[in-house]
Design a protein around this ligand. Structure first.
Ligand code: CTP
Ligand code: CA
Length: 228
């Protein structure tokens, strides 16, 4: 009932969200990934849907239920994710990048399982850098012309405000959201630092569900002022 009567802050918006880790194959049975749980991104997808948006969630490999009314596009690698996002970004009005995208992938992935050869020698892994999905979307015509509002996330282990401000500039996004430590991967609560052109403010520690609602409200407010 509460959701029914509340004003739909994101009515008419098409929100595209990335969430979870990516998985970069080494061979058919092994790969490189990280500890992102996807919980924050899924919570934001749910909150944006409840706020009246049409929501597409491009999700790496996580076993979380798809929020009701949200369209989920499952992906594995950073390159899969980049491709899905570039397609979907053509229609989106808001892009929120919460995914912990692997920064590097193995330079090549073996067709067959790599076997021990008995000599005790270990395989050497060479890496190449993955595409920066958020920076790519932020540099697109839709984003630069103001039709697509981009929000980035940052996981830092130190000096959050300085790193988040620098990351906001480097990515070219109007809003950058920092996870206030200690490490929030997998936990059900979090605290967020919002950094935009006006400065910064903190959303104090709360459940990811509650923080997602607050963040959706903050984004809706910024869309309103950007378009008036
Ligand atoms: N991101 C992305 N594609 C990548 C790497 C990051 O879209 N290849 C997005 C993340 O989803 C997040 C933001 O960029 O919204 C910042 O990610 P983060 O890992 O904190 O920053 P990086 O630019 O990768 O720098 P570093 O990991 O060295 O701090
Ligand atoms: Ca990174």
């Amino acid at each position: 009932l509460e959701a029914f009567f509340s004003p739909k802050m994101l009515a008419g918006q098409r929100v595209l969200i990335t969430a979870g880790p990516t998985f970069e194959a080494i061979d058919p049975v092994r790969g490189i990934t990280n500890l992102s749980s996807g919980k924050m991104g899924f919570a934001i997808a749910r909150a944006a849907r409840q706020a009246g948006a049409e929501v597409t969630l491009v999700a790496g490999p996580v076993h979380l239920a798809t929020p009701r009314g949200v369209r989920r596009i499952p992906v594995v690698s950073a390159r899969n994710m980049a491709q899905a996002v570039m397609e979907q970004a053509q229609q989106a009005t808001v892009f929120i990048a919460t995914a912990a995208v692997a920064d590097w992938r193995p330079a090549s992935s073996a067709e067959h399982k790599i076997k021990k050869d008995g000599s005790g020698e270990v395989p050497a892994l060479a890496f190449v850098e993955n595409p920066d999905i958020l920076a790519g979307v932020a540099a697109s015509e839709r984003a630069r012309s103001g039709q697509l509002y981009c929000v980035g996330f940052a996981a830092e282990s130190e000096n959050l405000l300085a790193h988040a401000s620098a990351k906001r500039a480097r990515k070219g996004v109007p809003l950058l959201v920092g996870n206030i430590g200690p490490a929030t991967f997998g936990q059900d609560d979090n605290a967020l630092l919002l950094v935009d052109a006006q400065g910064h403010r903190e959303l104090p520690r709360a459940s990811k569900t509650e923080l997602a609602r607050q963040l959706v409200a903050e984004i809706a407010q910024r869309l309103g002022t950007a378009r008036q």
